[in-house]
Design a protein around this ligand. Structure first.
Ligand code: M6R
Length: 604
């Protein structure tokens, strides 16, 4: 969950490191630090500076050091509170080795005891601090070979790590290694780079090498060398990434999230037009599938839940959607022939571990991600790409609607392959998706409709989001969006369940958002709105344009452009994102970096 960057080359390292680190701040923002090697009075010095708080604090307080080799870290605390001592980089007690780390070292207590018995003194409460101390120990027996000392060290680590190492005796070398935490290398005209993900480095290069678990690398002024930690070569291809720097910047918007909300007509078009090439990669054996399971976390799980309804509709087969963190620990009575893993980042550890488990059990595994070369692409048999462009805001927006689109596409494709629906029906899904994109454009053009309701939400402390059938997961996602960025406690609920308990919580201070769809659930949801109004709760209905009934039940309605009811989650989700965004903005919340959260959850 932390962000790491490294640089070696002819340029001034510090501005490159700070600029790249800021682009990773969505991964962690409770403290940050840099380490640089420079020459002072003829001696090589390992200079470490770190501060609690956001990167801007470090930036404003740090001393400029002339150096062409260094590394930097932004932290999301797991072991030890966010303060200066626990911030990375960490060093050994002689200050010769510095390490930045993303991940968790499970056996750090045992290692710490062993190192203490050899006289090592520890300053922080972190698990990471054992790493530089271990490297210092191993370095003694490695004849001054830093690469070998790091190799011997990581052999002793249990858990997950992406580490970058600098040593005072090696002013022309950075060593890094990865196991279950993301790390990419970049090669630019002016030097070589390391980062947790490509968005950090788009300003400097679009040529990337994705390290795999069990890989380590040495970056020198002459080039980059990658090996397996266990020994032996690691042939990893260099890939060109199509994302531009502009894609990863705010472009005049106040927050990444609102920029990403507005990008949805484009990102949805990209997902849809990319489907043609994705379709060609799908194996013919999908036509034999008779059950499926969809696994994901958070917002991606909500997309998976929508997928469950769609698979059942278009394929007639029973489908389960499970949270990755639960699936892994469940007792499985049968193998699921088709396992679908949805992860925007491709780095969510719970989802990756679930994919690994499923593969071990012999299931066919398919992943849906937005990030080229991310870990999930190696852990599954086949990957479909969302093509949404980089998403920086911690709260997922454009990738969610692209995930939804992918659910319509893949479920109808499987339905067509198994003969459950006709070719015409399969093609008509794509026509309806184009209608849904136009509906999203309509929502974004008429944002005043949403703005008019934001004030009403602003003072709320608790709220309910109700939906039925395909819009039950949409309600869950709307509630998640509102709670994660505005800190208003919201619960998404299947509307029919309200009377089985939660109705007790409704008062005239509990806003209810009800999602209305013109399908077989229509009368029932109107009834639920009536139930809430009767308890004095103010209800905001999100209903299709042209509806004449809903306004008889509540005078607060946001209308969305007409789409076939099954496709309504797409425009409704955009309305709910706007509602959450503007409510959070009015409350003055840190929208792109909500407290305690990080974009990629690379710890279990
Ligand atoms: O990268 P992933 O899609 O695997 O991430 C899963 C969740 O961590 C993520 O969707 C999270 O719930 C978002 N913050 C929601 O906005």
């Amino acid at each position: 969950m932390c962000g790491i960057v490294g640089y070696i080359g002819p340029s001034d390292a510090l501005p490159i490191l700070v600029d790249s680190l800021k682009r990773l701040e969505y991964r962690g923002y409770d403290s940050s630090g840099v380490a640089l090697l420079n020459i002072d009075k003829g001696r090589i010095v390992l200079n470490v500076q770190k501060r609690p708080g956001q990167i801007s604090v470090l930036e404003s307080q740090m001393e400029h050091i002339d150096s062409s080799i260094g590394m930097a870290h932004t932290r999301w605390a797991t072991h030890g509170i966010p303060n200066q001592i626990n911030a990375h980089p960490h060093t050994d007690d002689k200050g010769t080795v510095a390490v930045i780390h993303n991940g968790i070292i499970d056996n750090h207590l045992k290692l710490k005891e062993e190192l203490k018995s050899k006289g090592h003194v520890f300053l922080s409460q972190t698990d990471s601090e054992v790493i530089p101390h271990l490297i210092a120990e191993e370095y003694k027996g490695s004849n001054g070979d830093l690469f070998e000392a790091v190799r011997k060290t990581v052999h002793r680590l249990e858990g997950s790590y992406a580490i970058v190492v600098l040593h005072r005796d090696h002013p022309d070398q950075i060593v890094c290694a990865r196991e279950k935490s993301p790390m990419v290398l970049g090669k630019g005209v002016k030097g070589s780079f390391i980062a947790s993900d490509v968005t950090a480095l788009l300003k400097y290069t679009n040529r990337f090498l994705y390290l795999e678990d069990g890989d380590m690398a040495s970056l020198t002024r002459d080039g980059i060398h990658v090996e397996r930690i266990a020994g032996g070569p690691a042939e990893r291809p260099w890939k060109e990434v199509e994302w531009s720097l502009e894609d990863a910047e705010k472009g005049g918007f106040k927050h990444y999230m609102i920029k990403e909300i507005y990008e949805q007509p484009r990102s949805l078009h990209q997902t849809l037009s990319g489907w043609r090439s994705e379709e060609e990669t799908l194996p013919k054996s999908l036509s034999k599938a008779n059950t499926a399971r969809i696994i994901a976390c958070g917002t991606s799980y909500h997309a998976g839940m929508v997928g469950k309804y769609l698979f059942e509709k278009y394929t007639g087969m029973p489908v389960e959607a499970s949270m990755a963190s639960e699936y892994r620990f469940a007792d499985h009575v049968r193998e699921d022939p088709l396992m679908l893993f949805i992860t925007q980042s491709g780095e969510t550890l719970d989802t990756i571990m679930a994919a690994r488990e499923a593969r071990k059990r012999g299931s066919r595994t398919l992943s849906i991600t937005n990030v080229l070369g991310s870990t999930i692409t190696r852990e599954t048999d086949l990957t479909l790409y969302l093509r949404s462009g980089p998403e920086i805001g911690v709260a997922a927006s454009k990738t969610f609607t692209s995930q939804l689109m992918m659910m319509y596409l893949i479920s109808s494709y499987v339905g067509f392959s198994t003969g459950y629906i006709s070719r015409d029906e399969y093609r008509s899904v794509q026509g309806h998706l184009r209608t849904a994109i136009r509906a999203v454009e309509g929502v974004l053009k008429d944002v005043t409709k949403v703005m008019g309701q934001v004030e009403w939400f602003k003072g709320a402390e608790n709220a309910f989001y109700l939906g039925r059938y395909i819009n039950y997961p949409t309600a869950l996602e709307g509630a998640l969006k509102m709670k994660e960025i505005s800190y208003i406690h919201c619960e998404g609920y299947p509307a029919g369940e309200l009377k089985h308990g939660p109705l007790a919580l409704l008062t005239d201070r509990t806003p209810v958002v009800a999602l209305v769809t013109n399908d077989h659930t229509y009368d029932k949801i109107l009834g639920n709105i009536g139930e809430c109004s009767a308890r004095g709760s103010p209800v905001l209905a999100i209903a299709p344009e042209g509806d004449r009934e809903v306004s008889k039940y509540t005078d607060r309605v946001i209308y969305y452009p007409q789409v076939p009811p099954l496709f309504s989650p797409i425009p409704i989700s955009v309305i709910l994102q706007l509602l959450a965004y503007h409510a959070a903005d009015q409350r003055g919340c840190a929208i792109d970096k909500p407290r305690n959260l990080a974009k990629s959850v690379t710890v279990e």
